[in-house]
Ligand binder design. Structure first.
Ligand code: MG
Length: 394
C-alpha cells in the first residue's frame, strides 16, 4: 500500500475571530495522506503561535519526496526517516511536528485497513472513556464576556464545574500575556502577582476543596519568581504548577523543584522520548504533558507514556490546537494505563465540531470515542479549502 500523495491544509475555522496576544489563535495544520489502495488518513501538525502552523505546513511540503512512494503500513520506519531527514534543523520542535501529522495519518490508515479503531491497535482500551480537564472556560462564551476580574473567574469556575468538570486549568497572571512567547527578564510586577494569587483564592473559595485547580505558568519566570509564585499558590492546594521556567533549561526547573512543594508538570515543549528521559531520571516533574501534534504523534506519545510508567509518573497530554489533536490524543490515552487527564479547551468545541464530520461525544468531563475504524472522524477537504487561513495557498 504505497503513499501516493500528501495534502496539506492550513485552516482557520474562526475566520480570524479567535485571537490570542493579537494573533489569530485557531490556525490549524491538517494533513491527508493518500494511498494507492484508495484509503486515506488524516493527521494534524498545528503549531503555535499562529505562523507556526504555516512553518510546519511548508516543511511537510518540502519533505514530500521522503513521504510519497513509501509503504503506508510502516509507521515506525516513516517516523525515523522523517525525524532524521529533518533533524539537521535541530531535533526539537519542527521535525517532530512534521512527524506528528504524518504519524497520526498513518495510524488512521492502519485502523481503516484493519477495520478497527486506533486505540484497539494500541493494545485496546484500559478505560471506557477519556477524562478531561477544562481549559478556556474563562474565555468569552455562552453570552459571558472573557474574565477580567477575580470575581469573574470565580463565577466562570462555578459554571464550568456545574457542567461536570472536576479539574480546571488557567494562567491567572494576566500581565504576562504579552511575554508568553517573549521571555526576557522572567519577572512579574507586584500588582500582576497579586492579581493572579487573588484570582486563584477566589476560584478556590467559589468551587470548594474537591475540584482540581491546575496553574499554567507558560514558562515565563526566572527561578526566584517561579519559586515565590509557587509558594504563594500553595495554600490554595493547586494540582500542579505547569512550566514554571522556560523549557530549555532543566537546571532552572531543578532549582525550582528543590525549593517548592507544589506538584510540577512539564512537557508541552519537550520533544520525543529523548527530551523526557532526563526529566524522569532527574525526578523533575510529577506529571508529564507530551503533545501528540508536537512531540511525534501517537507513536511517540505511547513511547513516552511507557517510559513514564517505568517511573510511575502519570502522563496528561497537552491539547491546545485542533480537533484531530483531541481525537488522536484520546485514542492514545484510552490505551495508556498511567494517564491522568487530557487537556480540553471548552471554548474551542464549536470550532472542533465545525471541522469534523460529526461532533465530539462529550459527556461532562469525559470524551467518548466510537469504535469506528481509524480515528473515527473525517474532515472535508472542500470545507478546509473554503476556510483556509489568511496567507495560505493550497
Ligand atoms: Mg501550558
Amino acid at each position: 500500500m504505497k503513499i501516493t500523495d500528501v495534502e496539506v491544509y492550513v485552516v482557520d475555522p474562526t475566520g480570524g475571530a479567535a485571537t490570542y496576544n493579537e494573533e489569530p489563535q485557531n490556525v490549524w495544520t491538517f494533513v491527508r495522506v493518500l494511498t494507492d489502495a484508495g484509503v486515506h488518513g488524516w493527521g494534524e501538525s498545528s503549531n503555535f503561535p499562529a505562523n507556526g502552523s504555516f512553518i510546519i505546513a511548508d516543511a511537510i511540503r518540502r519533505l514530500r519526496p521522503w513521504i510519497v512512494g513509501q509503504d503506508a503500513a510502516d509507521i515506525t520506519a516513516m517516523w525515523h526517516r522523517l525525524f532524521r531527514k529533518a533533524a539537521y534543523l535541530g531535533p526539537r520542535g519542527l521535525p517532530t511536528a512534521v512527524v506528528s501529522g504524518i504519524d497520526i495519518a498513518l495510524w488512521d490508515i492502519k485502523g481503516k485497513v484493519a477495520g478497527r479503531p486506533v486505540y484497539d491497535l494500541l493494545g485496546g482500551k484500559v478505560r471506557a472513556s477519556v477524562p478531561l480537564y477544562a481549559n478556556g472556560w474563562f474565555a468569552a462564551q455562552d453570552g459571558h464576556p472573557a474574565c477580567a476580574k477575580p470575581e469573574d473567574y470565580a463565577a466562570a469556575a462555578r459554571r464550568v464545574v456545574a457542567r461536570g468538570h472536576a479539574a480546571i486549568k488557567l494562567d491567572p497572571f494576566h500581565e504576562m500575556v504579552p511575554y508568553h512567547t517573549g521571555y526576557l527578564t522572567g519577572g512579574i510586577t507586584a500588582v500582576g502577582e497579586e492579581f493572579g494569587v487573588t484570582c486563584v483564592a477566589a476560584i478556590r473559595e467559589a468551587i470548594g476543596p474537591e475540584i482540581v485547580v491546575l496553574i499554567d505558568a507558560h514558562g515565563q519566570y526566572n527561578v526566584p519568581t517561579a519559586v515565590r509564585l509557587a509558594r504563594r499558590l500553595e495554600p490554595y492546594r493547586i494540582g500542579w504548577f505547569e512550566e514554571p521556567t522556560p523549557p530549555e533549561s532543566l537546571e532552572a526547573l531543578r532549582a525550582v523543584r528543590e525549593q517548592v512543594s507544589v506538584p510540577i508538570c512539564v512537557g508541552e515543549r519537550l520533544y520525543t522520548r529523548w527530551d523526557f528521559l532526563p526529566v524522569l531520571a532527574g525526578r523533575l516533574a510529577d506529571y508529564l504533558m507530551p503533545d501528540v501534534v508536537w512531540t511525534g504523534g501517537i507513536s511517540e506519545v505511547i513511547r513516552i507514556a511507557a517510559l513514564a510508567e517505568t517511573y510511575h509518573v502519570p502522563v496528561t497530554p497537552h491539547n491546545a490546537m485542533g480537533p484531530l489533536q483531541v481525537v488522536a490524543g484520546a485514542h492514545a490515552m484510552l490505551a495508556v494505563p498511567n494517564f491522568f487527564r487530557l487537556e480540553h479547551n471548552v471554548a474551542n468545541v464549536p470550532w472542533y465540531d465545525r471541522c469534523l464530520d460529526r461532533p465530539l461525544d462529550l459527556r461532562g468531563d469525559q470524551l467518548h470515542l466510537s469504535p469506528r475504524p481509524g480515528l473515527g472522524v473525517e474532515l472535508d477537504p472542500a470545507f478546509l479549502r473554503a476556510h483556509r487561513a489568511r496567507g495560505w495557498s493550497g
